[in-house]
Ligand binder design. Sequence first.
Ligand code: FA5
Ligand code: MG
Length: 473
Amino acid sequence: VAAACRQRGAPNEITIENKTYATDSWTNTPPSILAAIPRRLHLQPNHPLSITRQLIESRFPTYETHNNLFPVVSVAQNFDSLGFPLDHVGRSKTDTYYINSSTVLRTHTSAHQADTFRADTSPGYLISADVYRRDAIDRSHYPVFHQMEGARTWDRNNLAQFSSLEDAIWADVHAIPKHSTDVIQVSDPNPTYDADRNPLQPGHSAAEIEAVAAHLKRSLEDMVVTIFTSARSATSASPDQQQEPLKVRWVEAYFPFTSPSWELEVFWQNDWLEVLGCGVVQHSILSSAGVPSKLGWAFGLGLERIAMLLYGIPDIRLFWSTDPRFLSQFNENEQIRRFTPFSKYPACIKDVSFWLPKETKEVDVKDPRSDSDVTPAGGLTSPSTPASSVSATTTSNAFHENDVMEIAREVCGDLIEDVRLVDEFTHPKTGKRSLCYRANYRSLERTLTNEETNELHERFTGLLVERLGVELR
Ligand code: FA5
Ligand code: MG
């Protein structure tokens, strides 16, 4: 199976914008992903991701911005510098696009943290960039998306007129606008840190971390309020119309490069949507970057998630559309207007059921009902809460759901809306396992013909057999 997964006739090198990389047995980046690199949607004038980026940047006016960092990074930058353990699932070929064994397409903007802490002289920075992950297919996940990283530090050796670090930080906290509960309702039930679940780092005092956390949380709450009030004024008929306040909640999280850590979720379309991860920067990163006297926070947010909230964009694939019916709706010099979906074309749903190869020992599939972000770059889980879907990442012949997703993408491009596990079954006698995936075919731009969908589905199922060694039922 491992050999079958490797791409047939793969080239010996890959050239990305004048830089050439030798390929090896780790290479797993398909041409369809490479083709996304030059798009740089976050920099395109009047693109909703670019407008969203600028709107967020406007809330952090003193921060230095870096918006053109190259997406090919070393494994050291993406993982090692951030303290990812060697066996972290994020490093596996099933989750990350490798150019070769030591080079990847960045899976998150945190890949640039160490270099930026080393080089920047300003107390804060923002990095916006395209990031790449082998991931699920649905309306809020896409294998290429955009993140904004933000960080703010304070220097113990440079406290100006303040007598302690926490006093200096609190002065900055008080400068951040505080919004009324008519505008935003914040739920934050957990203590700032917890010795077992979300510990303080050695060398950080409780008072310092309370101040850093307050600064981080208020800065990000202010950011989502800005987004939300722009979105509201876009929808409300009269300005004094009664509006529901925005509901957000802070949840504990885990990332190898921050402690304590949190995620911010926003209530959107009747569900909690994770918009960002954040925390107190691990001191080891600052000290390796040559600034051991600094202390601070960092966050990483999904620009698509925020833009979907801002404009009411219903499907993440739309960001890649070049259809003027999409692009003409956004103008950076005008008031934000809600996106008007151009008619939804009919979906065509097809199932595929197959037996896994007999020798497959571990099956890595997600719970069909779970909608969580089991994320390669981020924390995934704290050591105390192992994810149910984690299987041996080093076992190259283990079946992995992301391979199904990638084959679907390769065959269908943006003509597939969603792929979901709908059934699993183990034969009582033979012990063979069977899975059923439901593929939802739909174009954002036109009605697909029957023949077209049949052909896509046949190529999809054919490649499942060829690459993954499964047996169709
Ligand atoms: C990270 O990537 C961390 N680097 C964030 C971070 C930075 C934590 C700095 C601490 C300090 P995570 O994998 O959860 O974390 O992704 C961050 C955000 O990216 C998510 O909250 C979500 O908004 C967005 N995101 C993740 N996966 C996808 C996807 N496939 N499609 C679209 N957006 C996604
Ligand atoms: Mg996450």
